[in-house]
Write a protein that binds this ligand. Structure first.
Ligand code: PLP
Length: 291
């Protein structure tokens, strides 16, 4: 699907459902997290988004659509989750995947054999395995490990031409912290994308898109979920440029999140601000005690 047909489909759906895209953007974070995007006013007045446990969707008549056809490509419960995550992260669009690794795998398909991507030198172990043992060794994409705290080293690495920086910050598990604003400047000066794995801080504590990143990657399994009962991932896209490419891969590959897991994640997001505040306060107490 090209950009214009995607956009016209999106505005058609919004028109059908009477959605004003920006109506909740100015609410405080915890309020947005509790109420979500609110795309589908339920006829029965359900406050909790219903679980649309349906693979296929009927069309009202020829040339008419509810906006949904087949849940691999779009499902109302999943869309409500995606739009809520986009609203919280400050992105144009979010896509929900059945794991963080599936989201990262979809992100890697922005690149081609022969491309070089700089990647944090102590990324999450599963990410390292996917990048090096699958994509580097079989598909010829060069993932060069680097310490993103060392801006001079990053600048030097750019001299040979890079397609993107893939930054995990803080890194899992050694908690290296990178300067995203400086990296965004450096990436864009070298025509490279800045892609950030925001799993550890979440959009409650850090919003990479506001700091200049082009794409945010998540394992939603960790702090976004917070209940240890869902495996899921997200890609959050800053603007139109990457949307068509990423959306095409997402609906073609078939690793979208299921509606029940999407509902569990919507439940999770509602308490996100409270959970993360409590976790931060507790961590600080432990820290002070140890000190
Ligand atoms: C867990 C994790 C992933 C992988 O996500 P899954 O949901 O386990 O597939 C990716 N990045 C980071 C930083 C993680 O902690």
């Amino acid at each position: 699907m090209d950009d214009s047909s995607f956009n016209s489909m999106a505005s058609e759906i919004e028109g059908l459902l009477g959605i004003d895209k920006n109506h909740r953007a100015n609410w405080a974070f915890p309020t947005r997290a509790v109420h979500g995007y609110g795309a589908f006013p339920d006829p029965a007045g359900a406050v909790s988004t219903p679980i649309y446990q349906s693979a296929t969707f009927g069309h009202p008549a020829l040339h008419q659509s509810t906006g949904f056809a087949y849940s691999r490509c779009g499902n109302p419960t999943v869309l409500e989750l995606e739009d809520t995550v986009a609203l919280l992260e400050g992105g144009l669009k979010a896509l929900a995947f059945c794991s963080g690794m599936a989201a990262i795998s979809c992100m890697v398909k922005l690149f081609e054999s022969g491309d070089t991507v700089l990647v944090s030198d102590d990324v999450y172990g599963g990410t390292h395995r996917l990048l090096q043992d699958v994509y580097a060794s079989r598909y010829g994409i060069d993932f060069k490990p680097i310490d993103f705290r060392d801006l001079a080293a990053v600048e030097a690495a750019c001299e040979e031409g890079v397609a993107a920086f893939f930054v995990e910050t803080p890194t899992n598990p050694t908690m290296k912290v990178a300067d995203l604003r400086a990296l965004a400047e450096l990436a864009h000066a070298n025509d490279a994308l800045l892609i950030v794995d925001n799993t550890f801080l979440t959009c409650y504590f850090q919003r990479p898109l506001e700091l200049g990143a082009d794409l945010v990657v998540y394992s939603g399994t960790k702090y976004l979920c917070g209940h240890n009962d869902v495996i899921c991932g997200f890609l959050v896209i800053r603007d139109e440029r990457l949307l068509e490419h990423v959306f095409m891969d997402y609906m073609s590959e078939g690793d979208a999140l299921g509606p029940f897991d999407a509902w569990l994640m919507l439940r999770s997001l509602k308490t996100m601000a409270l959970r993360l505040d409590a976790q931060q306060a507790n961590a600080l107490k432990v820290c002070s005690f140890l000190k």
